[in-house]
Design a protein around this ligand. Sequence first.
Ligand code: PNS
Length: 168
Amino acid sequence: MNAVFPGSFDPITNGHLDVLTRAAKIFEHVTVTVMHNARKQGQHLFTLDERLDILRAATAALPNVSVDSFGGLLVNYMVQQNKGIIVRGLRAVSDYEYELQIAHLNRQLGEVETVFIMAATRWSYVSSSMAREIASYGGDISTMVPSASAEALRRKFAAVEGRGQAQV
Ligand code: PNS
């Protein structure tokens, strides 16, 4: 059985990587898919290509994981390409309500099943948005995100600072 691990990955965190690594032990193949929407492009720190590059570097050691992107409804991607099961991570109870709604909607829209993997407790407080926020102030995010994400965040905020603007 194959699986898809969808998300924004702006950028991938150690929590994502933990869930992905464990999913890769359960499923034959896992595709990490950056879901993107042209209208929401400005809402992300990293471009789609940057997020894909970071993901490729961060997942290079996982042989049954590949990286992809899709602009549209997740169910269309899952059903049209016969992708199998959706994997999502749960960090804390606060994630549950949102994830429950999406899982039910995806099942109603495309009869696609979602499997949840609980992120290890050591990553329960880590999120892409917090990593971006901390990195924007020059804080150390090296224990929260893979090195590819940490380097990309450092480069991004150095470039932003050089232009005299800060946008998280
Ligand atoms: O990393 P995120 O931002 O929590 O991921 C959310 C994501 C991208 C998985 C979700 O927003 C999504 O599936 N978007 C694609 C559009 C879609 O299918 N929306 C309807 C979900 S019911």
